[in-house]
Design a protein around this ligand. Structure first.
Ligand SMILES: *Cc1c(COP(=O)(O)O)cnc(C)c1O
Length: 466
């Protein structure tokens, strides 16, 4: 075909745009996206024609629809986490209870009492919604919430240490997820870091020796994502609190994970907020979306005089949480008023405490569904196998939860291909490749999601031409 012939045969952009067949595509997609897709599709078609490929002008509609589906979907999407890592940092960390999301939606689709005192009819404080609950659940004298735990750390250092010295053990100068490093945060806060002890051993005397007239605070940081084993020594919290009292200095603890429920019967040995506060420590802070199982936030709890100082600091405004987070957080904290209930209703806790037996049952059911979905396709071997799961999110680095996985192998189709196809689904399924098979971990998928996984596999491999 020469250029003129191609131009004659090529569909006109305006005509395509006004065609009834595209109206369905238009419906919930911005016009810009459709116009873009039509331009690109016509362009592609021109190239195909010039290259001498057999091209049907009518196929333009199919091309446009495919492209809109690919580019018109939102970037931030719901995915299915089949990795077995519960607080998956790349997959949005904690899964929220539906009640919490409903509350966020209800409060935000209209006006709200975010900073309004309904009793008095006057200005209120956004702290008033969450603070009473945190106090009640943890026994703290006062509390507040900020954007995340990094923000909580920054605010505490800036407001309580200021430009004076904060003493930290060399074994606790942690880095979380690449960008949160205690020394860097201290730098930004302008607090002066005084490192004491060694990587593996820090004794109470090391802290004592570091005290000067310029000391403002002692900070302990949770070893969230690593463990120091072997020849080690870590100062007990009680000793630090005692030293702080004697020296007249506040002691703060960056707890990281924020465990509120007691999970010791499930083998989770992580300090819980209430017990830490019972040592008489002045302040603790922790993430809202790790073991607490709520929205992204940093919660600070402790003595009122310090919390007040933080609430009044100019940074508090920059780091504050918004109403959707406040609403979701209030709903999650509400569940903790009844702890047994919390373990069932907060998805993160439910996933952590799901028993091997339940997981095995779910795996067997899921394997049956997948076998049924792939029955037309010979070469697949589907089995249920015990596996190892982790809590993740930079928490409990040494805890391995016994899990169960549906293991999908094939004689010829590589696991990489299956993993990639699952990931390309309209609801992407994120699975793990392990020993030449694709593993679908049961701990992090719901029963309904196993249906979606089976349907997805059917749509990839169910056809006869595979
Ligand atoms: C996770 C963690 C942080 C960072 O918390 P974000 O909520 O992600 O900002 C800080 N300190 C410790 C010890 C942590 O475990």
């Amino acid at each position: 075909m020469d250029n003129n012939e191609v131009l004659r045969k090529l569909p006109k952009i305006d005509q395509v745009l006004n065609d009834q067949r595209l109206v369905a595509v238009f419906e919930d997609v911005p016009r810009e996206v459709v116009v873009d897709a039509v331009r690109k599709s016509v362009d592609e078609m021109r190239k195909d024609m010039l290259a001498g490929k057999e091209t049907d002008a009518e196929s333009i509609f199919e091309r446009v629809e495919k492209l809109v589906k690919k580019t018109g979907t939102k970037s931030l999407r719901r995915v299915i986490n089949a990795t077995g890592v519960i607080i998956h940092t790349n997959l949005g960390r904690s899964v929220l209870p539906e009640d919490a999301c409903r509350n966020a939606s209800f409060v935000s689709t209209g006006y709200s009492s975010l900073e309004y005192n309904l009793k008095k009819g006057t200005r209120g404080s956004r702290h008033d919604h969450i603070e009473p609950l945190i106090k009640r659940i943890t026994g703290a004298e006062a509390a507040m919430a900020v954007n995340n735990n990094a923000a909580a750390t920054l605010l505490c250092l800036a407001a309580i240490s200021g430009e004076k010295e904060t003493i930290v053990s060399r074994g606790e100068l942690v880095e979380i997820g690449g960008s949160f490093r205690i020394p860097d945060i201290m730098d930004i806060s302008r607090a002066r870091l005084v490192e004491v002890g060694t990587t593996n051993k820090t004794k109470i005397n090391d802290y004592k020796k570091a005290l000067t007239r310029d000391s403002a605070m002692i900070l302990k940081v949770h070893k969230s994502n690593y463990a120091i084993v072997g020849f080690t020594d870590e100062t007990e919290l009680e000793e630090l609190v005692g030293l702080g009292k004697k020296a007249g200095l506040p002691v703060a603890y960056d707890m990281g994970s924020g465990l509120i429920a007691d999970l010791s019967e499930y083998g989770i040995r992580e300090a819980n907020v209430e017990n830490v506060l019972k040592t008489g420590i002045d302040m603790v802070f922790f993430s809202g979306d790790k073991l607490l199982g709520g929205p992204q936030a940093g919660i600070i709890a402790g003595r009122k005089k310090y919390i007040d100082k933080m609430k009044e600091h100019p940074l508090a405004r920059a780091l504050r949480i918004d109403k959707m987070t406040a609403a979701a957080m209030e709903a999650v904290l509400y569940e903790y008023l009844d702890e047994e209930n919390a373990v069932k209703k907060i998805p993160v806790l439910k996933m952590i405490t799901d028993s091997e037996k339940e997981l095995e049952k779910k795996a067997k059911k899921c394997a049956e569904k997948i076998k049924e979905a792939l029955k037309e396709n010979e070469g697949f071997h589907i089995s249920v196998q015990p596996s190892e799961n982790r809590i993740g999110g930079g928490t409990t680095p040494l805890t391995i939860l016994p899990g169960f996985a549906v293991v999908i192998g094939h004689n010829e189709i590589t696991p990489e291909k299956t993993e990639k196809s699952l990931r390309a689904n309209s609801i992407p399924v994120i699975a793990r490749i392990h020993k030449e098979s694709v593993n679908i971990e049961m701990r992090t998928v719901t029963e309904e999601e196993t249906d979606i996984i089976a349907e997805t596999l059917k749509s990839i491999y169910g056809g006869e031409d595979e």
